[in-house]
Ligand binder design. Structure first.
Ligand SMILES: [Zn+2]
Length: 443
């Protein structure tokens, strides 16, 4: 029985030099595996003139060609064998036990195959996160999600079981029924998207239930959106539930590579299962120290069916200089995901990250957490509209709120906005990933 701070005391506290030796060994193994078992990787590496024997030292990893989502779309789908995964698959189809797919907001989704061993190791990686967040066998977890073809929260379910927690699948229930079940069973923890966590609290209050005093949820793990690492959004969630909120990151193709521990000092990268590199967007050079933002390139060490080697995720991240107080040697990211490289867009000639807008909206106490940003073109000029909802009782303060928002947005984003006030609860709410940023300019 594990009573300590770490799920895996050896790996989570391994000195960096040893961790890097281990990572190089694991990289070589997965590279060799993919080179020998996947037609896609074999061709990619043969064309680039690189083979397993060429990876001798850590820096050699950077010679390995990167992959990106668009390449997967070309090799999967109708007519591609073995159907539907295509040439990327490293194992016979008979060994595949789990299917998931990306949510495919643009174009064809990516199909993801796992073997049973892949799934077990993915669960193990997630167990590190839940343990670090203080989940223990006495916890009763509630899962308010749809249990569908997307990866979200499936691993939370299995990792909860692995820790010995009691797991309640809140599948097809509606939000009201989920809240009642949480109350009835005195659930102590849950996992959901930040949008849904905030939406559930609103619904609960409407039902006459005050989550901090009437429910027992004290730990919430959020994923799927960056909100868990946006301080104002986190504060809203923690206050609405009277619970600690921990951020957790991952994706269909990679798995669950990063999480916050109880000290909430930033996202730890699970370096026993993943190699995370940060690359300068303009120069392509590797960023190894803190203070500089770049895009994330990640390798999964333990996913054999459809492995992911030097995947250019297009998420922007930055190393944190700090060592976490928890004593883990796994590196920390500064403040979580900094938005997608694709989402950072030029508006009126200024680089805009939608996350900066979220921070301003969620810091304004008279507004609901929902908002939408729409960028259009009027003639030759970009036009940004920010739609927000005023909470009941504050309508009379509209002018003052508008002035404060305008100032803060100007300060944080260097841009002017048309601010539209909408009735409370009139903007769309969603359980899945919210797309609050719409760029309607012709491309
Ligand atoms: Zn820590």
């Amino acid at each position: 029985m594990n009573n300590g701070e770490y799920w895996n005391p050896i790996l989570e506290t391994l000195p960096r030099e040893k961790l890097q030796v281990l990572q190089l060994k694991k990289f070589k193994e997965i590279f060799t595996w993919a080179y020998e078992h996947s037609r896609f990787y074999h061709k990619l590496y043969s064309d680039a003139g690189i083979e397993p024997g060429d990876i001798r030292k850590f820096d050699d990893i950077r010679k390995v060609p990167k992959i990106e989502k668009s390449m997967m779309r070309g090799i999967q789908g109708p007519g591609k064998e073995p159907f539907p995964y295509g040439d990327i698959l490293c194992v016979p189809l008979e060994q595949v036990t789990d299917y998931r797919q990306t949510s495919g907001t643009t174009g064809q989704p990516v199909y993801q195959a796992d073997t049973w061993q892949d799934w077990e190791l993915g669960t193990e990686a997630y167990a590190y996160a839940l343990w670090a967040q203080g989940y223990r066998a006495s916890d009763r977890l509630f899962l308010p999600f749809g249990y569908n073809i997307f990866i979200a929260f499936w691993a939370y379910h299995y990792a909860g079981e692995k820790l010995g927690c009691e797991v309640i699948p809140g599948g097809v229930l509606n939000t009201e029924a989920r809240i009642l079940k949480i109350q009835e069973l005195k659930a102590t923890a849950m996992g959901a998207t930040p949008t849904y966590v905030l939406g559930m609290a609103e619904t609960a209050r409407k039902m006459g239930i005050n989550p901090p005093s009437d429910l027992c949820i004290r730990k919430i793990t959020v994923a799927g959106e960056p909100g868990g690492s946006v301080p104002a959004t986190r504060k809203r969630m923690e206050e609405a539930w009277g619970a600690k909120v921990y951020d957790q990151v991952g994706s269909t193709e990679i798995g669950h590579w990063g999480w916050e521990c109880r000290h909430q000092s930033g996202l730890h990268v699970n370096e026993a299962f993943y190699l995370v590199e940060i690359e300068d967007v303009k120069t392509g050079e590797s960023i190894t120290g803190p203070g500089k933002r770049g895009k994330m390139v990640v390798t999964t060490f333990s996913r054999m069916a459809q492995t992911c080697i030097r995947f250019d995720v297009k998420d922007m991240i930055e190393w944190n200089a700090r060592q976490c107080d928890c004593g883990r040697t796994f590196r920390l990211l500064e403040g979580g995901l900094k938005g997608r490289a694709d989402d950072i867009t030029k508006v009126k000639g200024v680089l805009l990250s939608p996350l900066a807008i979220e921070e301003v909206v969620r810091e304004t106490p008279q507004l609901s957490p929902e908002y939408q940003v729409v960028v259009t073109k009027k003639g030759d000029i970009d036009d940004i509209t920010l739609k927000v909802e005023i909470l009941p009782g504050y309508k009379k303060d509209e002018a003052a709120i508008r002035a404060a928002l305008t100032d803060q947005l100007r300060l944080k984003t260097n841009l002017g906005y048309n601010i539209e006030f909408h009735e409370y609860e009139s903007l769309p709410r969603s359980q899945a990933k919210s797309r609050r940023f719409q760029d309607l300019r012709p491309h």
